[in-house]
Structure formats: C-alpha cells, structure tokens
Write a protein that binds this ligand. Sequence first.
Ligand SMILES: *[C@@H]1O[C@H](CO)[C@@H](O)[C@H](O)[C@H]1NC(C)=O
Ligand SMILES: *[C@@H]1O[C@H](CO)[C@@H](O)[C@H](O)[C@H]1NC(C)=O
Ligand SMILES: *[C@@H]1O[C@H](CO)[C@@H](O)[C@H](O)[C@H]1NC(C)=O
Ligand SMILES: *[C@@H]1O[C@H](CO)[C@@H](O)[C@H](O)[C@H]1NC(C)=O
Ligand SMILES: *[C@@H]1O[C@H](CO)[C@@H](O)[C@H](O)[C@H]1NC(C)=O
Ligand SMILES: *[C@@H]1O[C@H](CO)[C@@H](O)[C@H](O)[C@H]1NC(C)=O
Ligand SMILES: *[C@@H]1O[C@H](CO)[C@@H](O)[C@H](O)[C@H]1NC(C)=O
Ligand SMILES: *[C@@H]1O[C@H](CO)[C@@H](O)[C@H](O)[C@H]1NC(C)=O
Ligand SMILES: *[C@@H]1O[C@H](CO)[C@@H](O)[C@H](O)[C@H]1NC(C)=O
Length: 653
Amino acid sequence: MLYVSALSLLVIASGPLLGHAQTIVAVNGTASHPIPKTLWGLMYEDISHSGDGGLYGERLQNRAFQQVAPGTTQALNSWSAIGGALIEVVADTIPLSSALPNSLQVLIPEGAGEVGVENSGYYGIEVNPAWTYNASFFYRFPSILPSGSIAANISLVGAESRTTFAASSVTLNPTADWTQVTTSLTPNSSASDINNTFTVTLDGAAFSGVVNFGLFSLFPPAWMGQENGMREDIAQALFELKPSFFRFPGGNNLEGESIATRWQWNATIGPLVNRPGRVGDWGYVNTDGLGIYEYLIWIELMGMQPIMAVWSGYALGGASVPEADLAPYIEQARQQIEFVVGNTSTPGGALRASLGHSKPFILNYVEIGNEARFTCDFISAAPSTYRSYRWASFVDALQNEYPSIRFIATTRYNNPVLAPKPKSYDLHVYQTPTWFRQNGGYYDSVTRDGTTFFEGEYATTSTNSSNLYGIPEQGRLIYPTVQASVSEAVFMMGFERNSDIVFAASYAPLLGHVTEHQWTPNLLSFDSEQVIKSTSYWVQQMFSANKGDWYLPSTLANTAGTLFWSVVKQDTPLAFILKISNAGTATASLVFELPSAVASSGTLIQLQGSATDSNTPDNPNLIVPVTSTIAAKQNLTFTAPALSLSVITVPLA
Ligand SMILES: *[C@@H]1O[C@H](CO)[C@@H](O)[C@H](O)[C@H]1NC(C)=O
Ligand SMILES: *[C@@H]1O[C@H](CO)[C@@H](O)[C@H](O)[C@H]1NC(C)=O
Ligand SMILES: *[C@@H]1O[C@H](CO)[C@@H](O)[C@H](O)[C@H]1NC(C)=O
Ligand SMILES: *[C@@H]1O[C@H](CO)[C@@H](O)[C@H](O)[C@H]1NC(C)=O
Ligand SMILES: *[C@@H]1O[C@H](CO)[C@@H](O)[C@H](O)[C@H]1NC(C)=O
Ligand SMILES: *[C@@H]1O[C@H](CO)[C@@H](O)[C@H](O)[C@H]1NC(C)=O
Ligand SMILES: *[C@@H]1O[C@H](CO)[C@@H](O)[C@H](O)[C@H]1NC(C)=O
Ligand SMILES: *[C@@H]1O[C@H](CO)[C@@H](O)[C@H](O)[C@H]1NC(C)=O
Ligand SMILES: *[C@@H]1O[C@H](CO)[C@@H](O)[C@H](O)[C@H]1NC(C)=O
C-alpha cells in the first residue's frame, strides 16, 4: 500500500509567478501523526580526529605509543627531544602492560642540563588558566639506576617562546619497575596561540643514562566532570543541539580494514593501561581511551539514547567472515549488548557494574554493521554476504536473545529483499543542494507496512553532482555553505512530514579537526581551542530545538522550486511552529492559513546569508541565527529573505 496522506486533498502551490504573488499555504489542524522524540540526533565515528583529538578530552597525541612500529620516525609522531636527549620508541623488555608493549626511551647524555621530551598535542595545545589539568605518565629506569631521586618538571610551554605557563615539580625514584607520576597543572596565564607543548624534563646533571616512559596524559576538566570524559566546548556545542540519540561507534571506523583491526568493545574498557588501541579506518591510530563505557556514560549525561552498532562479519578491505565461522563474532556482538543492558547476574552486566554503572543502560536500537550496500547503491560493489547470510545470522541470534531491541539493517530497503525482513533500515546520502531540494519527498511514497527508517548520514558535499567525493576546486565543500544548509533543511522537512516512518535522522560527519580533510564538510569543525559551528549546525539546531510534537499536513510545495515549508504543533507551550526554507535568490512571500486563532505575536529565528557564505576558523560567526519578535495572526503573511531558513513559533490564542 502506498502512503496517501491528507496532503493529497490540498493543492500543490505553484509558487510566486510574479514579484507580488504570494504562496498560499493551507494548514490542516488535524495532526496526521506524532513526531517521534528520537527524530533528531547525532551520527558519530572517529574520523578526522573527531574522537582522539576531538570529543575525547585527552590533549596528548600518541600518548602511549599504541600500534606503532618501534624504531620508526612514525612511532615518534607528536614527540620531540629537549636538551640533547636521544629518543626512540622501543618494544620494552618489561612492557607497561600486555596491551601497551611500547615505551618512549630517552637517553640522557653525559653533562646534559635540563633534558627531556615534549608532545605537541593534536596540532597544538590550549593553555587555559581557568583549568586545572590532570597530568600523568609512567616511568622506569631499565638499565643503570640513578643513585637517588631525580628532580623532574612537568610543564606547559610555548613551543616557540619557551614561556612556561604551568609547571609542577616531581621526583622520580631510582626504580626499574614501572611507576606512575600524577600531578596537576594550573596555568598562570593564557598563551597567545595554540602552539604550545607538554614537556617532561629531568635534571641531566644528576643522571645520565636511559629512562623509559609510557602512557602520558594531559587532561583538562571534562564536560560535566565525567572521568576520562569529553572536551567541554565540543560536548557543550553538541548538547546545545538537543540531540535525542547518538549513533556509535561507526561508520566505517567500526569495520576495520581487516577483520583483526575491527572495533572490539572489550578492547575499549577498564584501566587505560589495558587498552591496546587499534589501527582505525581513517588513517590514524585510535587510542580507545574513548571506549564503550565512556560513550554510554556521556550519552546518559547528554540525555540521549544510543543507536549502537555491532560488527557484522565484514571488514572494509573486502573480507567477509565465512558463514561457518561467524559464531564467535555473533557471540562478541551478544556480549557487547549484554555489557550495555545485562542485569548484574550476567557476566556483561557484572562487568559494567564493576566499572560503576550497575543499572543497565537504555538500548532500544542496535544496527547490524555499516553500509553493507547489499544493493550496491554507491561507491563500491556490494559484499553480497550481508544479503546471503550475515544479516540473517546476526539478527536471528540477537533478536531471539533481546526481543525488545529493534535491529537496524544498513543502507537500502527494498531491492533485493533481506530475509528476515528488517524492522528498520539505515539510509545514507551525500548529495548536492539541488538534489536535497528535489528529494524532500523521498519518503512520501514509501510503503507504510511497519518498517521504519533511520536517515543515518546525509550532507551536501558538493555543488557539482559529478564531484560529490572529489576535490574542493570542483565544488567539493570544506565547510557547509548557506546554500547547502538551507537545501538540507528541505530534506529535513521531508523527515518531519514522514516522521510516521522516519524515526531518526543525523547529519554526517559530525566533527572534524580543521587540519584533517579525510571527509568534508563537517557539522562542527575544531582546532585545539576553538569550535566552529557551521551553517548546517545551525539548521540542525533550529529543527531540533523546534521539533514540535505533531505534524500538521499543509499545502505541498513545488519540488522543482526553491520555496519550502513545514508546520508542526507543539504541546508545551501550545504553539504552531512554521519552518520556511527559501533556497532561491529572491525574497518570497507566503500566507499561512493556520487552523485556529493565534496570539498577536510570535518568535522568528532566522538564518540568512549569501549562497557561498560559510562559518570558518577565521570567521566562525559569520552566519548565525537571529531571533526577533514578529506580529502574528491566523492568516499569517511572511516574507522569507533569499537564502534563508526561518522558524516561526506562534502560540495558540
Ligand atoms: C485534514 O486532515 C484530516 C485527517 O488527516 C482529514 O480527514 C481532513 O480531510 C483534512 N482536511 C483537509 C481540508 O484536507
Ligand atoms: C610551533 O612552533 C614550532 C617551534 O618553534 C615551529 O616549528 C612550528 O612551525 C610552530 N607551528 C605553528 C603552527 O606555528
Ligand atoms: C607562570 O608559572 C611559571 C611556572 O611556574 C613560571 O615560570 C612563570 O614565571 C610564571 N609567570 C608568571 C607571570 O607568574
Ligand atoms: C624545574 O623548573 C625550575 C623552575 O623553572 C628550575 O629551577 C629547575 O631547574 C627545573 N628542574 C628541572 C629538573 O628541569
Ligand atoms: C582528574 O583527576 C581527578 C582526581 O583524580 C578526577 O576526579 C577527575 O575525574 C580527573 N579528570 C578527568 C577529566 O578524568
Ligand atoms: C575481546 O574479545 C575477543 C573475543 O570476543 C578476544 O578474541 C579478544 O582477545 C578480546 N580483546 C581484548 C583486548 O580483551
Ligand atoms: C538476568 O538476566 C538473565 C539473562 O537474561 C536472566 O536469565 C535472569 O533471570 C536475570 N536475572 C534477574 C534477577 O533479572
Ligand atoms: C565537476 O566535477 C567534475 C569531476 O570532478 C569536473 O570535471 C568538472 O569540471 C566540475 N564542474 C564544475 C562546474 O566545477
Ligand atoms: C484567511 O484567508 C482565507 C482566504 O482568503 C479566508 O477565506 C479566511 O477567512 C481567512 N481567515 C481568517 C481567520 O482571516
């Protein structure tokens, strides 16, 4: 059965033909459906240093020499020597732990002065005098022991000026066994830029010889005080989106280039010394300091719920686990779910309780794999194993064990049909502004048969349809533009209209470091001290903060045009919320014929700019929404500026 809404009773507006023409929008006061609480949320994976170097609060890069080849220059990434020390990453004869086999070996030559190592962070380190940083490292003297304790300084220093902003003096004991130093650093002023380093220096006059270091850490206060938690400004910017869900841990980064390097939940828990890290899918090592437990605690603090993915037997390099060998991987997925929701009588629940959360976490949605592309919809050929056995093997086993969880299949919904028939699908699309405007009706004709949809990734990547994954010079965007963002808004209006079957939607990617262009554009960009909220961030925020509770059908827009709208009703306080996207280059006038009397004034939130305007590191607040009060009445006339998204909230009379 095809979806026939009340909308079909209403005429399609033709849009203004003349400069003075007004588009009439008749609004039906009988809601067609409630808007799900889960509609707007976040898609996350560690890409472009969105996790390590981004959301995760740790400031040191390559802090524990995880997954690097000892002896190579690459292994020293982000580290350099101070005062004539010779440094090398070694496979330690006595490793700090089985998970962390490598150490930073520092050879202090005869007659040295202040000598040591420094780390330049994730392309800089913010020095903030309002913070007290936790700083720590492990050390041991592997060969000759010093004759007594050695003085050491732990500092935050300007990389060029060598100004010391914070310092802590500690002593190192003459020991061949791994020993941890923990201290705190409070800068006495801010630095003029982010080109600062974390240094550990020793008194070279008191000792010459070898000292090994492992697992360093520099951690400012985390968002809401979470231990080993999230960077405050990034988490706060995400919190202000009022997101309802968090899809994690990927994305491609779930999958691994090989089966061995897939994301494994159990490698991401417990003390940091027990976490080996892994070679991520986006060109850098993942520390796994941001592990499943940290994600879940933060999701709870944020008031979100997880859409958690489990690995489904396929690695990005192309390997599928044969059907006969799947059982241990299904068991690992089962244990991952049990860790999240098992009661404390189960091994997984008991493990979770031992980390500090005895109550099960909320888990309503689990996605089986990522972009299995079983119909080959874009980029690469489909691994048909998802269709032929992987989907069925995973979902049959897990659904039986966890009947109340809704399992989501990846990427495509109708051709060919998966068995058993998925209850939900995750669809992804990266496209042009024109495509998003023309496809706001994508879900209008989808069969209503109980199947629900998660639009898990979407973004305008280019203005050039033949360059969606290509280079900036040919239209690939680095930062979202106003034209891109107001066009995404049209696609999002389609989700509101179809939110009887679209239960969740998330822009992607969420976060990217400004030095990393593994994928652009991103909703939020950041460096080590600044967060840049893109125009698409503001569009997401305007939808999410004005979600409403009921969808009210209204006259359908002309999908070939540039003027679009969506009307919802909010229960508390009782109001109509009108969203208007004008993607055209001229102002457009509309009359909304509201279904009941309204107050004499309302609130207008408006984002407006030139087509190619972007918020960038140099101009992060070029385009921000502006709030004002507007006159209102039941037949509400509104003039939408060129290239704008407007959200009007009008209380009912
Ligand atoms: C308004 O919507 C209701 C319920 O969907 C429908 O029965 C009614 O016909 C619609 N009214 C108009 C004028 O389209
Ligand atoms: C930071 O300072 C170092 C040391 O002087 C210098 O080599 C580097 O180019 C500086 N980086 C930036 C981004 O200014
Ligand atoms: C700031 O602290 C550092 C390290 O303790 C010290 O060397 C420096 O003189 C201090 N600067 C000021 C202005 O107090
Ligand atoms: C530690 O810093 C203090 C103050 O700058 C300095 O006097 C001392 O020599 C430093 N010690 C070492 C071991 O670097
Ligand atoms: C910093 O250390 C304190 C004391 O151990 C701890 O309570 C706090 O959670 C730590 N901060 C982070 C971000 O882990
Ligand atoms: C995680 O569990 C798998 C089995 O499911 C096991 O092979 C692997 O060694 C474990 N990893 C760690 C780091 O404990
Ligand atoms: C805990 O979970 C297990 C496995 O689902 C179940 O068999 C058991 O009855 C549960 N125990 C309690 C106390 O709920
Ligand atoms: C669009 O992209 C294609 C492929 O990258 C390129 O050949 C073409 O020149 C681009 N067109 C424009 C108008 O930039
Ligand atoms: C709104 O405009 C329509 C069309 O002109 C008209 O029929 C209706 O009476 C008006 N409603 C109010 C409340 O003014």
